[in-house]
Design a protein around this ligand. Structure first.
Ligand SMILES: [Zn+2]
Length: 165
């Protein structure tokens, strides 16, 4: 565990728990590792619960209605409509583009420093874990609207909502 980065992460999230909000950096520096770890795990869970996609689905569906159908590049014969939702930089909590084989631009988890733990969903990076939760929520919301979410065939940084017509 990296104490300094764990304390930083707690300071960033402590507003999520009114009881912890009064603690300052010096208070935290006096606490044992185990307590800091539990504190961060608890705050992390709150952050995950509060994570929202922020997508205005009424607006997206209206734009989809107006969109022109075209043939799906990867599924010939199938017609789809799509709407640009945003880029990974604007939508994802991390605001970063990476692939699982090239993710050196991600910050490692302060608790396990990349080994894998609860706080990072065993991904070794809290950023990657929050992005994963975001994707899951986004996909579930899209499904509720009979749509799917995909990366654009032309630019993988672009995220589209797609509907078969
Ligand atoms: Zn971890």
């Amino acid at each position: 565990m990296n104490r300094e980065r764990t304390i930083k992460a707690i300071l960033k999230l402590k507003h999520l728990n009114p009881k912890l909000d009064k603690l300052d950096e010096d208070d935290l520096k006096n606490l044992p590792n185990e307590q800091l770890k539990n504190m961060l795990l608890e705050l992390g869970k709150k952050e995950e619960e509060n994570l929202e996609t922020g997508i205005d689905w009424d607006h997206v569906m209206k734009k989809l209605e107006e969109a022109e159908p075209y043939e799906d590049v990867s599924n010939p014969g199938i017609k789809v409509k799509s709407v640009f939702l945003g880029t990974v930089f604007s939508l994802l909590p991390s605001g970063k583009y990476y692939t699982f084989w090239a993710c050196s631009n991600l910050e490692s988890c302060p608790l396990c420093e990349g080994e894998g733990c609860e706080f990072c969903g065993n991904l070794g990076s809290r950023e990657a874990y929050l992005d994963q939760i975001f994707w899951e929520k986004l996909e579930a919301e899209a499904e509720e609207h009979n749509c799917t979410v995909t990366n654009s065939d032309f630019d993988p940084c672009d995220i589209l909502v797609e509907m078969i017509v």
